[in-house]
Design a protein around this ligand. Structure first.
Ligand code: NDP
Length: 481
């Protein structure tokens, strides 16, 4: 299926008529073409957005909220179609797309449809000066949203929903590797009555289309989710233009397991936090740190459970692990297995490519566990972003904390313990934007979401996102005494 850009509520070909191949990773074959959009396409999208802005920003909150709710409703109505499209584009099991990705895309719209009606700003009475100050929160104008391939519609909508709810018009680019559901969203937006130009979706390469969005002088805010290196590059372009930036970047998240935890719950959740979505979630706990007294038991039980995971074509209902997103990504994962072995890591489970009969050209890889003893090894320091985790033991709380924080990343961490003092100590001292205790990826959309250190700047979620997508203005009114 060939897809088009969505500009001014119309589906249009790229101006240069240049296209890129779109792969189905579960069979390793091209199944469609997508626009390879140029700077001129981004300019056209920008103009449509700029034209729509005065009216959209003046549209009542109730009306904006109603349209966003309708989009949420229509997404759920097309759950099967969207889940199939997501799975085909990305390689993830359909069951996962159906239970997580697409429902969450609908929730993103519904959440911000509600949140915008509750959003408020501060007022300060300047006692003694006969004045009152209030903060006017105004939409920025045209904003840019750029999202990655791992949770395509989920992360795309996580940005565009608050941007539009706050009254902005958007030029957005999904990952060129997984553009299909964003394309399908265009039809849904039209059906929901979203005015033309409020959302414009331009497909293409990060280095051309994405770059053109970031470098556009009149797109004054960029919300980006992706790799740390790309984030640094984007910041270097946006900073001299003083753009507002929200950067959600990579992670190397510790999963810290203490002997006093609820063992069975921890084990089941750790399998999920390691390998959900083929381990391609920025929040996956890729460094598992285990208290020494339960290390051998954990290693044995974890390997046993991981070996039961079924690597299979994503359309199969019993597929736990589908295909990796691309051939390049599969090769990257394989290179890390070699790196681990060269550095003395021991592959205790998996480590090999999988050939699925009937789908021999798909990109499948075994869930892999690497036993390491030194946290400075590359597999413990670099983001692999695939079905690969490391296990390592620690003796004391102090050691666990040092190991957990010994990384340039700071996105999320998980602790398994029933000790309240330890929970509080770790929650305070872990250098991550999110700390999960006795759970993983339990998301409440009102909470601030994002990382510290090389995992990014800014927070998404809840009112944080609405604050990002608005400019605060102080208005000071003096009144007679
Ligand atoms: P990339 O950084 O390669 O790409 C992300 C998006 O940016 C894509 O749409 C990409 O386009 C685009 N892009 C690439 N180069 C540029 C550029 N120079 N200017 C503007 N846009 C550009 O990340 P991946 O898609 O590989 O995603 C995986 C990464 O995302 C991992 O590091 C993961 O940790 C991170 N991530 C972070 C999350 C968080 O919330 N912190 C959540 C999910 C993922 P194209 O696809 O065409 O290259």
């Amino acid at each position: 299926m060939n897809i088009k850009n969505y500009i001014n509520a119309e589906f249009v070909n790229p101006i240069d008529e240049k296209y890129l191949d779109n792969y189905n990773p579960s069979i390793g074959k091209v199944y469609g073409q997508i626009p390879n959009s140029s700077k001129e396409d981004v300019e056209t999208a920008y103009r449509a957005a700029a034209k729509a802005f005065p009216k959209w920003s003046a549209t009542s909150l109730e009306e904006r909220s109603k349209i966003l709710s309708k989009i949420a409703y229509l997404i759920l109505g097309k759950l099967d179609v969207l889940a199939e499209a997501e799975s085909k584009d990305n390689g993830k099991p359909i069951s996962l797309a159906k239970s997580v990705d697409i429902p969450r895309a609908a929730s993103n719209f519904q959440f911000f449809a509600n949140a915008i009606t509750q959003f408020s700003s501060e007022a300060h009475e300047s006692v003694g000066f006969n004045a009152v100050n209030f903060t006017l929160r105004q939409p920025i104008g045209v904003v840019g949203c750029i999202s990655p391939w791992n949770l395509p519609l989920y992360l795309f909508t996580w940005k565009i929903a608050p941007a539009m709810a706050a009254g902005n018009c958007v030029v957005a680019k999904p990952s060129e590797i997984t553009p299909m559901t964003a394309f399908l969203l265009g039809e849904i937006c039209n059906e929901a009555g979203l005015p033309k130009g409020v959302l414009n979706i331009v497909h293409g390469l990060g280095t051309t289309t994405g770059q053109a969005i970031v470098a556009h002088p009149n797109i004054k805010a960029i919300s980006f989710t992706g790799g740390t290196k790309t984030g640094a590059h984007i910041a270097s372009i946006a900073a001299p233009m003083f753009k507002k930036l929200s950067l959600e970047l990579g992670g190397k998240n510790p999963n810290i397991i203490f002997a006093d935890c609820d063992y069975e719950k921890m084990l089941a959740t750790t399998v999920r936090s390691s390998f959900s979505n083929q381990g391609q979630i920025c929040l996956c706990g890729s460094r598992i740190l285990i208290e020494e007294k339960i290390y051998d038991q954990f290693k044995k039980d974890f390997i046993k459970k991981v070996k039961q995971l079924n690597v299979d074509h994503p359309s199969k209902s019993n597929s736990d692990i589908g295909a990796l997103v691309s051939k390049e990504h599969l090769e990257k994962i394989e290179s890390y297995i070699e790196i681990a072995e060269n550095e003395g890591g021991k592959i205790v489970c998996g480590g090999l490519e999988v050939t699925i009969p009937g789908f021999e050209n798909g990109y499948y890889f075994q869930p892999t566990i690497i036993e390491v003893t030194d946290n400075s090894c590359r597999v413990n320091q670099e983001e692999i972003f695939g079905p690969v985790v490391t296990i390592m033991s620690f003796k004391t709380d102090e050691e666990a904390l040092i190991l957990a924080n010994d990384t340039k990343y700071g996105l999320s961490s998980t602790i398994w313990t029933n000790n309240l003092n330890r929970t509080m100590q770790f929650s305070k001292q872990l250098q991550t934007g999110i700390v999960w205790v006795n759970t993983w990826m339990l998301r409440d959309l009102r909470t601030p979401f994002g990382g510290i250190k090389d995992s990014g700047v800014g927070r998404e979620g809840g009112f944080e996102a609405l604050r990002f997508f608005t400019e605060p203005k102080n208005v000071c009114i003096k009144f007679p005494s």
